[in-house]
Design a protein around this ligand. Structure first.
Ligand SMILES: [Zn+2]
Length: 473
């Protein structure tokens, strides 16, 4: 980390006064935050030094900027367009960094990475890291090149794709990919969408034979939990052989969590993510196929299990799987297979986490840790991101825990004309978001130009995942 400037050497750009900080691993601290040059340069009970700007956070919680490690950009409109609109929704919602799963089904990523990067440097409201999705032998061969030339340290593999959208990779490709990722070093990450395709195919046939009911519950039947659980077992085994750091994306089921716990008891070390749609929405939701995603939102009993895993550390991180769509192309009226998967979820990520997490009695520190420090550690950007400390980037979400708002898509300012949380009242919303020391969003409005940057990552030393094996057995 670069040497932090001495706060006495220069005037401060910004002081956030009188707030209560939530610092992962430390707890809640009453302190002022002094900012200069885009960095936190002072934390003190009271900062008397003059500043160009002050923000009075009396009665507010000051969180590290939220890091959503799991987003998709450009699946509906152009990449360039969504790089602006979806990160605008993100910053209004307190998210200051995102991980983006890039998709190129056939081409080399060398053909696309310069444009992806340019869009994030020039149009994004948030900082970003990339996780290319690996489908071809050529892409596997090029993994070291993506690392060297673009600072990429994380890659994604689909054990089961989605018809017409994403291809699946077979187990041999998975193992070859894991070996290539592991060879980059101990900080490199192999993200995996864990579902077993054959079990999904059969479930779909059985569903068709017994006539689906036309509700969202059918979609859960089409992607049974057993398919997720079996795939996790396979991925853990293959990652163990390759020595790769496995990151299970979007865990959705109780059965999947049981496999996670069993593998950890047997000594496997890997990371598990869930998403705020799974934590906040279930398959009884009245919005029906408008909340269709892959894997599906499931029955409330799965949510109980996911929250237990979230609290006890079996689940390490939380993201969104944001895949923005418009209602017209989502086509919820087209039913089980006609409607398209994917949800806009960046703008509601933090409010949903705060609202549903506190309803379940999850301590605020735990909620915030899973959404900041934990993913920042996994993806090699801690402590630049994921905490509030002298020398860290001055990315802060200032939250009113008591503020209640009804979710309406038009307030979220993404490209989408619906939200999976549409019509629900959530308690706990950001009232300001500070990015690189600038107040960018305030009271639901953008008040300054976008200043997001792509974050190239270098080889990093092996990290200590103290929380990693700790997961309750
Ligand atoms: Zn995803």
């Amino acid at each position: 980390m670069p040497q932090a400037p001495d706060p006495l050497d220069r005037p401060l750009d910004l002081v956030v006064r009188h707030g209560t900080l939530v610092i992962p691993g430390v707890g809640q601290v009453r302190a002022d935050v002094g900012v200069a040059g885009g960095k936190v340069v002072a934390l003190a009970e009271s900062i008397a030094q003059p500043a160009a700007e002050t923000y009075d956070a009396t009665g507010r919680m000051v969180l590290p900027g939220i890091f959503d490690p799991h987003t998709h950009i450009g699946n509906e409109l152009s990449y360039e367009s969504e790089a602006e609109t979806e990160t605008r929704a993100a910053i209004l919602g307190g998210v200051t960094t995102i991980g983006i799963f890039l998709r190129s089904l056939e081409d080399s990523y060398f053909d696309h990475l310069p444009a992806f990067r340019k869009a994030m440097d020039e149009r994004s409201y948030v900082d970003s890291v990339f996780h290319p999705q690996i489908f071809t032998e050529q892409q596997i061969e090029e993994i070291p090149g993506y690392a060297d030339q673009f600072g990429i340290r994380s890659f994604k593999f689909y054990m089961s794709g989605m018809p017409g959208i994403v291809k699946s990779v077979t187990d041999d490709v998975l193992l070859a990919g894991f070996r290539k990722v592991a060879a980059l070093g101990p900080d490199a990450v192999a993200c995996v969408h864990c579902e077993t395709g054959a079990l999904i195919d059969r479930a779909r046939q059985e569903l068709a034979a017994r006539k689906p009911t036309g509700t969202l519950a059918d979609w859960e039947d089409a992607h049974p939990a057993v398919a997720e659980a079996l795939a996790i077992q396979t991925a853990v085994y293959l990652a163990g052989i390759a020595g790769a750091h496995l990151y299970v994306v979007h865990l959705s089921s109780r059965q999947g969590l049981e496999v996670v716990r069993a593998a950890r008891r047997a000594g496997a070390r890997f990371t598990v993510e869930t998403t705020t749609p799974y934590l906040g929405i279930n398959s009884l939701d009245p919005n029906g196929f408008l909340v269709k995603m892959v894997p599906p939102v499931r029955t409330p009993e799965h949510q109980v299990a996911l929250w237990e895993g979230f609290l006890d550390g079996a689940i390490n991180t939380v993201g969104t799987d944001n895949t923005s769509r418009g209602r017209a192309s989502k086509r919820p009226e087209a039913g089980l297979h006609g409607s398209r998967p994917g949800l806009p979820a960046l703008g509601t990520h933090l409010p949903a986490l705060l609202h549903y997490g506190r309803l379940r009695g999850i301590p605020l520190e735990v909620l915030i840790e899973r959404a900041t420090r934990s993913p920042a550690q996994v993806y090699g950007i801690y402590p630049q991101k994921g905490t509030i400390a002298v020398g860290s980037d001055a990315d802060l979400a200032i939250v009113d825990l008591e503020l209640e708002r009804v979710v309406r898509a038009e307030d979220l300012k993404g490209m989408s004309d619906f939200s999976p949380f549409e019509g629900k009242t959530l308690r706990g919303w950001p009232v300001a978001t500070i990015k690189a020391g600038k107040i960018i969003a305030r009271d639901g409005k953008i008040v300054a130009p976008a200043n997001g940057r792509y974050l190239p990552r270098g080889p990093a030393p092996a990290r200590q995942f103290e929380w990693f094996g700790r997961a309750a057995a």
